[in-house]
Design a protein around this ligand. Structure first.
Ligand code: NDP
Length: 286
């Protein structure tokens, strides 16, 4: 059914969200600080709101997707009186604490609040491969699950409004580790005249195979028990020394390798050389 939706923020992501609602047949009202970014959407059938207040008036479901939380605050605070009875779904990236504070504030204004973490790039929006994590008001999620479903596959992760951001940041952290390792690895073959195109399919298969072993690591981490029949930290210490040597032989930087090498060496020095790699979590967790 055609639930009216208002979208505040028409940057690369906000515009993709608004277009997805529009294409799915939802009456869509849009607002952006630089009004020109609403032109294309208006031509496709979106209603252009002249002010944030007008956008909030137009629909009970308000999607916010702007640069950061201070901007969300700056936009919503002046129109706080209009939020009573509305559902605010904030898809702006932020920290768990920022999400919790925003939730408290929105609830004080009489709104139902859902925070979201978008695990997708704008081009993936409206496709099932796109994932959006949601947390906060369970009622808001259940009531609007099908409307939100036009944006991406939705996953509700709990009533704590900070949880979507928490999961989002953990997933991004893992992604940065992957891209960092990938770039460092490509630099090694590049130094010997091998193209990224040649090595990349092999790296992709390797990373997929290694990713499949993470649930086993998860069990160890949750049990705090790090026996291994795969490879010990002692072995990995020797392995890292070999890796670093290969880079140094080429005169290449080792910025990405050094931190993991240092963690392994510290854990071995503390007497845990026979533990698995997953045991490094003990140096990283609280
Ligand atoms: P853009 O840089 O394309 O757009 C930023 C948006 O914020 C614009 O609508 C901009 O308005 C608005 N904005 C910035 N400052 C202000 C301000 N002071 N007052 C009012 N509006 C302001 O970013 P995206 O659309 O890509 O990202 C939006 C959110 O989505 C971010 O939190 C981002 O982290 C998140 N996200 C983005 C992803 C991506 O791949 N792009 C992936 C996952 C999450 P104006 O047009 O007037 O400058």
């Amino acid at each position: 059914n055609a639930t009216p939706v208002s979208v505040l923020g028409l940057g690369l992501m906000g515009a993709a969200l608004a277009r997805a609602f529009l294409n799915a047949g939802h009456p869509t009202t849009v607002w952006n600080r630089s009004a020109g970014k609403a032109d294309a959407l208006a031509a496709e059938g979106a209603v252009r709101a002249a002010t944030v207040a007008e956008a909030i008036d137009a629909s009970d479901l308000i999607i916010v997707c702007v640069l950061d939380y201070p901007v969300v605050r700056a936009l919503l605070e002046p129109v706080a009186g209009g939020l009573d009875g509305k559902t605010v779904v904030n898809l702006t990236s932020g920290t768990p604490d920022q999400a919790r504070r925003m939730s408290t504030w929105a609830i004080e204004q009489g709104a139902d609040y859902l925070d979201g973490g978008i695990m997708a790039i704008p081009q993936m929006i409206a496709q099932p491969e796109a994932l959006i994590l949601y947390s906060g008001s369970r009622r808001a999620y259940t009531d609007h699950e099908s409307v939100l479903g036009v944006l991406a596959t939705g996953r509700y992760v709990g009533t704590d409004a900070g949880r979507a951001a928490l999961f989002d940041l953990a997933m991004l952290t893992a992604m940065y580790g992957q891209i960092a390792g990938y770039l460092q690895g490509v630099a090694l073959v590049d130094a010997e005249g091998v193209t990224a195109a040649e090595i990349t399919p092999l790296i992709v298969s390797w990373l997929n195979a290694m990713a499949a072993t993470l649930p086993h690591d998860a069990e160890q981490i949750d049990r705090r028990e790090y026996t291994t029949d795969v490879s010990s930290l002692d072995l990995n210490k020797a392995g890292l020394a070999t890796l670093v040597q290969a880079y140094e032989d080429q005169g290449l930087p080792t910025d990405v390798l050094k931190p993991i090498q240092s963690l392994i060496e510290r854990r071995v020095a503390a007497g845990h050389g026979t533990d698995s790699l997953a045991g490094l979590i003990e140096l990283l967790r609280k």
